[in-house]
Design a protein around this ligand. Sequence first.
Ligand code: NZQ
Ligand code: ZN
Length: 392
Amino acid sequence: MINFDFKNPTRVIFGKGTISQLGDTVKEFGGTKVLLHYGGGSIKSNGVYDVAKKSLDDAGLRVTELGGVRPNPRLTLIHEGIEICRSGGINFIIAVGGGSVIDSAKAIGVGVPYDGEVWDFYTGKALPAITLPVATVLTIPAAGSEVSFSSVVTNDDGAFKRPLDINVIYPVFSILDPETTYSLPPYQTACGISDMLTHVIERYFTRVSDVELTDRLCEATMKTIISNAPVVLADPKNYAARSEIMWSGSIAHNNILDTGRIGDWASHMIEHELSAINDVAHGAGLAIIVPAWMRYVYKHDVERFAQFAARVLNIEQNFHNPEITALRGIDALKAFFKSIGMPVSLSEIDIKEESFKSIAEKVRKIDEDKGIVGNFVQLTEADIVEILKLAR
Ligand code: NZQ
Ligand code: ZN
């Protein structure tokens, strides 16, 4: 285990009926004039908007609305949000929706007090020191942005999708009511499951040794996601299973599973560029990339892959030949993604071999701007092309 410094400051209010606490909790955090930020309309059709708005009105808060966040949130709407906050003297932002709405809200939050271009924060040219406080009402368990220090934004100009990771953007509080997820279509539910499972996989595949506790915590989280996935897909209003999935999504990404180890994150970096060029849902892109990444790197630590197969996917151990166990685990993971309705090959989302090189170049560009691609194995541009070929 390596040294760590862990603090997750986001207060989580979890359970049935908790959205009615929104207004009073915003007031506790000093909010008076709020921006209510949301997506394309799901919160209006499932009733979440009405409950949230009533709670804000009952608390006497002045509310300005900005809807229209698209999945894979765009910089142009963020610019609009920054202007609205500045001109309206807004001092608090509430994101009601999923990762896209929350990430857009976080970008607006750091953009308002910054004199320069907010995209600077996503290329590493500048670091935000302050933000308007952001709270969330989560409606899709997936990205973990409700408890994370990340925001991922797409710049329409050049189709780059980039993350900003910094402590200042943790939401101050997040409300998670599993009943809000009853209205999720099966595809969105599955995309969320794929994303949260991958958040744990990215952390699980580490080169740091002696990480037994976090290995076991990761395994428990992955097993919970995998066992509850078919339940929520077959029975969308199953409160118990929706709750397990919702809390798993937050545990997967609130960084407790990171403590004392270094995760990989190459699959995420590769997927972000798929979403940027083709607008594929993030979780669907991951279901394609992760098994291919695994096949490409498993030889670097066959024992860890065999452990994953045996402990998480219940593959019988072949003690004479752990490679067989490892490969069966990768196959079982791919079969799981397929079973929940995810694509598992690039051809299914119409990404052709001609674009592999340019995708790899874009991923490597992140390297130049910010750091390395992958920690379990550090990938070159040629490696990324090979992974994309395995994902064909
Ligand atoms: O826009 P609306 O109408 O609200 O519909 C949304 C959207 O179409 C719909 N939806 C959400 N809640 C619903 C619902 N539909 C019916 N009932 C509900 N209760 O779901 C669709 C997808 O929403 P989105 O917010 O895009 O999903 P998700 O939470 O998966 O977020 C994906 C984004 O998060 C980023 C991804 O890259 C992607 O841009 N990520 C953010 C991270 C972070 N900030 O920590 C980490 C992740 O790895 C990820 O990269
Ligand atoms: Zn993700």
